[in-house]
Design a binder for this molecule. Structure first.
Ligand code: SF4
Length: 361
């Protein structure tokens, strides 16, 4: 398909006042992130509660409704993009092949890291802080080399595959509070491409494998993950690998179902299939996560925020989980909406050609 050229008016450029407002918001959220990070080290009980039982449970719903907000204010992104904001980056253009390889690394990292929560991260503040430190240093160093979000946010970030799967029907296109001009650093740009999904790029085998692992694998992985309790003590390798067993069985099973259904569905129907898998993933997450947060979980106090078991009747939590499931299927699968991007693409830098994402399919 030929490249589609689209001109953008200078109206897409943020005013100085808007930039200042976004910098204040980003700095405020960054400070909140720093407080959580320091709590993980010095007050681990509080840090673990804030990070795993408040911030992380809110994230999937935010990705579904308005992922652009998170893309603008994520504290890790704010940190990692500092070299680019301060003109310290070499601004290298990353090849499409390397982008696709790093995106594959991102989804594999997600599947490696999340079971570690049962093994150690959920109960060890220092381990969680170390993980965030590794992510921060990696993205920060990458930003000295590569341009804008190709350095981390749209390639290596392990959360990014989840954003891509859940964020296909965003409510609003936010202003782009990071990129001053678009230099086509990410192709296709997940932020600026309307109705983006993980299978949109098909240029390389790494794109294709990453797309299948994300769309097909995530719902089953989530289901399997919620059937594993937190390990109080990992005494041997068998216990360690046991935390991966059910998530991986779920991943392989749902990916196989996805591949099978994909054989019969093409074009618009294929997009509906992707939406169904996205809705299944996020619904499955809250189906198990909400009861655990409020004391109705399967494994004692795993993932507990506040115990309401003696306050709320058990039917109420069932009603809430059914309501969230219905909401996500309506929002992602049934709701008719105009195609929107997560954020508005800023004006192209003069020497960069505007390229529509379709040319990467
Ligand atoms: S808007 Fe342009 S510069 Fe910014 S991340 Fe997307 S492709 Fe890169």
């Amino acid at each position: 398909m030929p490249a589609v050229t689209q001109s953008y008016k200078s109206g897409n450029q943020l005013s100085a006042k808007s930039v200042l407002t976004w910098r204040i918001i980003q700095a405020s959220v960054w400070v909140v992130g720093l407080v959580i990070f320091l709590s993980l080290i010095f007050y681990p009980s509080l840090g673990l509660l804030l990070f795993w039982n408040i911030l992380i449970p809110v994230a999937p719903a935010l990705f579904v409704v308005a992922v652009g907000i998170w893309r603008n204010v994520c504290p890790l992104a704010t940190t990692n993009l500092l070299p680019r904001h301060f003109n310290l980056s070499k601004r290298k253009k990353m090849s499409i092949t390397l982008q696709s390889k790093l995106q594959l690394v991102a989804i594999l990292s997600l599947y490696f890291i999340v079971p570690l929560r049962h093994a150690i991260l959920n109960r060890n503040g220092l381990a969680t802080a170390s993980l965030l430190t590794i992510a921060g240093i990696t993205g920060f160093v990458m930003s000295f080399i590569f341009d804008w979000k190709s350095s981390w946010c749209s390639t290596l970030c392990p959360i990014h595959p989840v954003e891509k799967l859940y964020g296909g029907k965003t409510l609003v296109s936010m202003p782009n509070a990071h990129c001053e001009e678009c230099v086509n650093c990410s192709l296709p740009c997940p932020d600026s491409t309307p109705s983006f999904h993980p299978s949109m790029a098909q240029k390389t085998i790494y794109h294709k494998i990453g797309g299948i692992l994300t769309i097909g694998g995530l719902p089953g992985f989530i289901w399997g993950w919620f059937h594993v309790p937190d390990q109080l003590e990992i005494t041997n390798w068998y216990n360690f690998f046991a935390t991966y067993q059910l998530p991986l069985i779920g991943l392989v099973t749902s990916a196989a179902i996805y591949l099978f259904l994909q054989l019969f569905l093409k074009g618009k129907n294929e997009r509906t299939l992707i939406n169904i898998f996205a809705a299944s993933g996020v619904s499955c997450y809250y189906w198990y996560r909400l009861p655990a947060l409020f004391g109705f979980g399967s494994f004692a106090d795993d993932g507990l925020l506040i115990n309401l078991k003696n306050v709320l009747p058990s039917w109420s939590i069932i009603a809430i989980t059914i309501a969230t499931t219905l909401f996500f299927f309506w929002w992602i699968v049934l709701r008719k909406t105009k195609q929107k991007s997560w954020v508005v693409r800023p004006e192209y830098a003069a020497k960069h050609t505007s390229i529509d994402s379709q040319s990467f399919a």
